[in-house]
Design a protein around this ligand. Structure first.
Ligand code: AMP
Ligand code: MG
Length: 301
């Protein structure tokens, strides 16, 4: 690697390390408990887009490699009230994602979940976390930001909110990308239609067909930052939603057995650390945010 590239990578990695530290500290201040990531499990996030399943056989039983810890977050709340985890996810994305500059097939989410709160509570929390992170990076990583040529603006809360139907109407099918390029502060997309999401996001029973969930879109064209929402937690509702999605209950057997005994209501989100690093550092492509990036379709170390 050329000297200049090494210096640039060093600056990015220092900032990423700070991002993780600040987020962890901010969450601990708010009495969140960090739990360990789960890498292998018979249950994982089915996702709403096709990925090639990754699984391995352990002692004659099939284990999935974690695509997200959504179910374990809900289960963890039977013991704890507020949790977070830096969760490695493996998602063997379709090959057409290889040039987006936003997709890796192994990445890390800061995944968090809170018992008995609403979507709006975790949206407010997310705004506070992003503001604290950007403020602190601007203060503590001046040299690194200068080296990267990155001028960062601290966003103001509350962030703008647009309902999914309105975003679609106003900006068309590609609204995420248009909104990301149009605004210079992060924007929430809320009330996503049921058919566009996984079964575990809670349906708004006052507005059937729409969910109590949200995405956050970064400004400056960096695209989606996170997804989250309130969760379905009642056994019968969960089963209904799985079947409505055309999925088999047997695929989620271990989760359903525990859900039948009772899950708390909750809300949470997962924010991709590499995408957050890309945004804060102003990087062209997500792979610049990692020492060992896993780029779809490429042989990687
Ligand atoms: P999801 O729940 O699928 O929206 O994933 C949560 C967050 O993880 C996203 O909003 C992104 O920040 C991040 N993420 C999802 N898929 C990828 C990927 N293939 N590469 C990098 N980050 C990702
Ligand atoms: Mg998403």
């Amino acid at each position: 690697m050329k000297e200049k590239n090494i210096e640039k990578t060093k600056a990015v990695l220092k900032i990423q390390s700070e991002i993780r530290r600040i987020l962890g500290e901010e969450l601990r201040k708010r009495r969140f408990i960090e739990i360990s990531p789960v890498i292998l499990s018979p249950i994982t996030d089915p996702l709403n887009h096709p990925t090639t399943p990754a699984h391995i056989n352990c002692y004659g039983k099939n284990y999935n490699v974690t695509q997200s810890m959504i179910f374990h977050k809900q289960l963890a709340l039977r013991t704890l009230e507020k949790i977070f985890v830096f969760s490695p996810n493996v998602r063997i994305e379709p090959l057409d994602k290889k040039d987006t500059g936003r997709h890796l097939f192994e990445f890390t989410q800061l995944d968090l979940e809170v018992k008995d709160v609403k979507r709006e509570d975790v949206m407010r929390l997310c705004e506070e976390l992003l503001i604290a992170t950007i403020t602190s990076i601007k203060r503590g990583c001046k040299q690194e930001l200068k080296m990267l040529g990155r001028g960062l603006i601290v966003p103001k809360n509350p962030f703008k909110q647009i309902r999914h139907v309105d975003a679609y109407k106003q900006y068309g099918e590609d609204f995420e990308s248009v909104i990301s390029k149009t605004y210079n502060e992060p924007v929430w997309i809320i009330d996503i239609p049921l058919t566009s999401r996984e079964f575990y996001d809670k349906e708004n029973l006052e507005k059937p067909g729409f969910l109590r969930d949200m995405d956050l879109i970064y400004p400056e064209g960096y695209g989606e930052a996170l997804s989250g929402g309130e969760r379905e937690y009642e056994y019968e509702r969960i089963k209904e939603r799985i079947l409505k999605k055309g999925q088999n209950l047997s695929q989620f057997k271990e989760y359903l057995e525990l859900a039948e005994k009772g899950l708390p209501s909750s809300a949470g989100f997962g924010i991709g650390i590499e995408r957050l690093t890309r945004f804060i550092c102003g990087l062209k492509r997500i792979e610049e945010s990692s020492l060992f990036p896993k780029i779809p379709g490429k042989a990687c170390i």
